[in-house]
Design a protein around this ligand. Sequence first.
Ligand code: HEM
Length: 510
Amino acid sequence: MFCTSLFFGYLTIVTILIYFYLKKCYRYWKVKNVPYVKPKSLLFGSNLDLILHRISFQEYHATLYKELAPHRYGGYFNFQRPFLLIRDPDLVKHILSIDFQTFSVRHNDADDTEPLRLHLFNLYGDKWRVLREKLSTAFSPAKIRMMVHLMKECAQELVHVLDKSADGNTDVSISDIVARYGTDIISTCAFGYRAHTLSNPEAEFRIMTKKIVEPHFAFKFRSFLLSVSPKLCKMLKLRMFNQEAVRYFITLVDETIKYREKYGTIRNDFIDLLISVKKMEQEANMKDENREGKIDISVENLAAQCFAFFFAGYATQNLTLSTALFELARNPDIQNRLREEIDEAFDRTKGNIDYDTLNKMKYLDQVVSEAIRSYPGQPIILRQCVQDYKIPNSDVVIEKDTTVFIPRYGLNHDEEYYSDPDTFDPDHFSDEAKANRHPYTHLLFGDGPRKCIGMRFGQMHAKLALTMLLRHYEFTISPKMKLPIKYTSNVISTSIVGGIWLRNKRRSAS
Ligand code: HEM
């Protein structure tokens, strides 16, 4: 009896202490005199609805953006951690570009428990800087121009696969077909291997890809823990990826590199670049083993750079292409206007569509930009400050290690910058519209030194597919399509609930 009373006594004291501790945490922004969104729950901070899956990641950030209007910036609580959200485009420019030295880190949770996570997206400091410099060559216009030849083989296979349903009455899961097209492009351009998942959905490469991009329990648990406590997450050294798939991709990269080194094969893809980086590093190491700016050229680290295509490119590319097709099907006038430009390009080049042709197609560029604006795979851009930072034109000092969010979705859907922001209108990206808008309200690929390195690659992926598809088919919405569109997201990807379903009909002239 005495023990029970003692137990309940302690429990009450502990509960009261926790209560006051949490209350103190939530005073953080008030003490700093920063406007903030009040936490919705004592345990989960501002993100209760997100945890309970009542709203998507996109809706959550759009709501925070609106709730903090009209302030230039404001705070909220991710569990008990204070995050800062930036609303003012001038301030966004400071964080992404002008004051980059203070915000050079995206997040500092990269650890070597999971070698495939040590890619550009997750690295910071000198490791990031040196690698970014070396890898930039792979994404230069000259290299992408060559990779478009490899992409074209996949785009032709894409047209071929859709030929089977081209009667205008068959319901097609565009999300699935676009995901296979994306997988084929990554397999051929990044891993140096034609996986043919468009013609064979059961190909081993596709099965392994799914094991990575369709997260299992361990992945979700680690992601959850990461947002609660990055320190605990690092300490526990939890793995997030399926280990069979990890071994498969490392072995694939290892064997491809060994084969090319042995036979001197050149394919003008990403693996070729990794081989030249490896060779240069080996030569430099022979001259000076202890030099600065060394790169880890172990097979795991080289495979991690290929893996960035999955982590940073796969979902965004698939979402861009599938939602662009969806909007074209829903808006026949936009579809026809784009098709006119495509037909003109085919006639002019006698069907020889290449990098330069695609780059010159203005309306195509507007359609792709509008798809990314309307349906951003990553609704936010993340930065962490590496030292205390005084917000320009204010007295507020952000403390070192504070996480700062740039609400890409919020800015892209703000009526102040985009007329009718919820309508798909490629003229949002006409020269005139762009010239009249603050450039830091676009942010389709981020900005500053950590801007998306795969921008040209991602644009070509979508532009090539749209050109080939609209040349051959007319698209309409399938009755299987669930409207209005709702998002579902996890850390690695955002997709549309129920997927995108369309119908395609062969054009009489093609
Ligand atoms: C339509 C396709 C794509 C979109 C919309 C997109 C968008 C973005 C955005 C918004 C960022 C954050 C930029 C920032 O923090 O300022 C980013 C970063 C990044 N993206 Fe992309 N991306 C796309 C395709 C790709 C592809 C195909 C790759 C292939 C490797 C890629 C690799 C990366 C990497 C490595 C980063 C981090 C760069 C760094 O920190 O240095 N992305 N992307």
